[in-house]
Write a protein that binds this ligand. Structure first.
Ligand SMILES: *Cc1c(COP(=O)(O)O)cnc(C)c1O
Length: 374
């Protein structure tokens, strides 16, 4: 889709990467680190300042304590953290539960581990996306090892409610499962929505690996600096895998990210406001053009239902949109397991992580293209 965007001169609302830079203080810190010799292998676990900054951030924001010596590992993006966690904790033939649609790394990492992925569908309803707790309970068996939870969720924009988190925690505790949480959008929540880590629920800290990254929080997706926090035995298993995946992650970027976590909350608050405003611009355009819009509670993406248009199938819609409207978007079913694609056949994921000028042009293009097309 990114290729198609380039070939057709479209605005790329497919892939989720921002078009404005991260905080200048953080970028300057990386530049300083490059010219002051931070250019050799850092420790496997990550540099001490970054591990300390992560521990402080987790403690202050969520009251979850982690010892930076033994309970944190810095990784090459959240992607490596998730992959290392799954490889470390799942044997061939074991099972992972996650929700559908899902970020594509989870099923891919499950395959690397020889594990099977069971995907609980999130169903679009009037109140947003919901899963059936009975389906979750029924998915657990003797081979189940892990539950992978992503909140705020890509691609739906859902934030799991406290009742849903409690339900997932109960299942993990009852069946002695480990949770791996992907919290890369932990700061990007809108309106009154707030992020609650699964690890902050009673009984979960000792069985949860919490994964996050600098990419989305600081609009530095190209840096690929991520991390995982959790109980010593789980982090130690992850470190053993990371040793042979990458050994260590980019040295000059780590202490710069530490500065971001320590002193750039204000910058991140501004990012969150801009994203909320951009979402509004895009939703208004989509609504004006006749789509049903499911607003994002968090993250980079919103969902639009294209069934009211003359191209009610999201796949056809997304194939034609670059040619008709010079916009690229992704059919939600691309993130779904084959058994669930039908549920999402009229849904399209649009990114709103571009600057407001680009979002205005995109919204205008959508209105012009579809107002007379219904
Ligand atoms: C972008 C994204 C990631 C990737 O994070 P990196 O730090 O770039 O590896 C992981 N999970 C979700 C849900 C994402 O949207």
């Amino acid at each position: 889709m990114t290729d198609l965007a380039l070939r057709t001169g479209s605005i790329n609302l497919g892939q989720g990467f921002p078009d404005t830079d991260g905080p200048s203080k953080v970028i300057e810190a990386a530049r300083q680190a490059l010219s002051h010799g931070a250019n050799q292998y850092p420790p496997l676990n990550g540099t001490a300042p970054l591990r300390e900054a992560i521990a402080n951030q987790r403690q202050h924001r969520y009251q979850t304590p982690y010892n930076p010596q033994e309970q944190i590992v810095v990784t090459t993006g959240a992607t490596e953290a998730i992959t290392a966690a799954i490889l470390a904790l799942c044997e061939p033939g074991e099972e992972i539960i996650t929700f559908d649609p899902a970020y594509d790394v989870y099923p891919a990492a499950a395959r690397f581990a020889g594990a099977r992925c069971r995907r609980i569908p999130l169903c679009p309803t009037l109140h947003g996306y919901e899963f059936d707790p009975q389906e979750l309970a029924a998915a657990v068996n003797a081979k189940t090892r892990l539950v992978v939870l992503n909140t705020p969720h890509n691609p739906t924009g859902k934030i799991f409610t406290s009742a849903e988190l409690q339900n997932i925690a109960d299942v993990c505790i009852r069946h002695n499962l480990i949770a791996v949480t992907d919290e890369v959008y932990e700061y990007l929540t809108y309106e009154d929505y707030e992020h609650t880590p699964l690890a902050s629920l009673p009984g979960m800290e000792e069985r949860t690996l919490t994964v996050s990254s600098a990419g989305k929080t600081f609009s530095l997706t190209g840096w690929k600096v991520g991390w995982a926090c959790g109980p010593t035995h789980l982090v130690s298993a992850m470190r053993s895998v990371k040793q042979y995946l990458t050994f260590a992650s980019a040295a000059p970027l780590q202490d710069a990210v530490a500065i971001g976590l320590t002193s750039e909350e204000g910058w991140v608050a501004g990012l969150r406001r801009n994203l909320a405003a951009n979402q509004e611009i895009l939703s208004q355009g989509l609504r004006k053009a006749g789509f049903n819009v499911l607003p994002a509670e968090g993250g980079y993406f919103l969902q639009a239902d294209v069934s009211p248009t003359d191209q009610p199938e999201a796949l056809d819609f997304c194939r034609n949109l670059p040619h008709m409207g010079k916009i690229v978007a992704i059919p939600t079913q691309a993130f779904s397991a084959p058994e669930n694609t039908k549920r999402y056949s009229s849904l399209v994921r649009f990114a709103f992580c571009k600057n407001d000028e680009v979002m205005k042009v995109a919204a205008q293009r959508i209105v012009t293209c579809f107002q007379h097309h219904r």
